[in-house]
Write a protein that binds this ligand. Sequence first.
Ligand SMILES: Cc1cc2nc3c(=O)[nH]c(=O)nc-3n(C[C@H](O)[C@H](O)[C@H](O)COP(=O)(O)O)c2cc1C
Length: 148
Amino acid sequence: MLTRLIYASETTQALTPAAVQHIVDRARANNTRLHLSGLLLFDSHSFLQVLEGHRAPLSELFGRIAADPRHRRIELLEVTPVDERRFAHWSMGFAAADAAHGELFLRFGGTPQFNPYAMSAAGALGLLERLGAAQSALPAARGRAARA
Ligand SMILES: Cc1cc2nc3c(=O)[nH]c(=O)nc-3n(C[C@H](O)[C@H](O)[C@H](O)COP(=O)(O)O)c2cc1C
């Protein structure tokens, strides 16, 4: 059963850009193998991640992610069966949730700051899709596509 999961979390320690890139690289390799797709937003403090794919591999991966000591306060925004993928182009896309997107944070989250904990599932999905679409203009930012 195709399922979508969205969660928020925060870093336990400062992560260098190289450390974040390492997470994304591992995610792309693993998610491709598990036929999972998704997108990760990060503002140097908080994460907002969407993962989609079949329920069993998605659950198995989320168990691993939730136990990762690099982040904490993992809060589920949504776990829902879906008919189709919204992020099929990315095994794991990545976008910086930087201040330049304040207008989008306001539109999808109600505040000009990036605060995934305050977002509704619909707002989070809207923001992820919007920032994902901006990334798709940059082919280098893409991971390998997951199978439908
Ligand atoms: C915010 C965050 C998001 C992550 N997302 C993924 C992911 O989508 N896929 C993945 O395999 N690992 C992800 N990880 C890393 C996992 O927690 C774990 O370290 C990794 O799956 C281990 O795989 P490896 O043994 O191949 O390195 C994420 C970690 C963090 C902190």
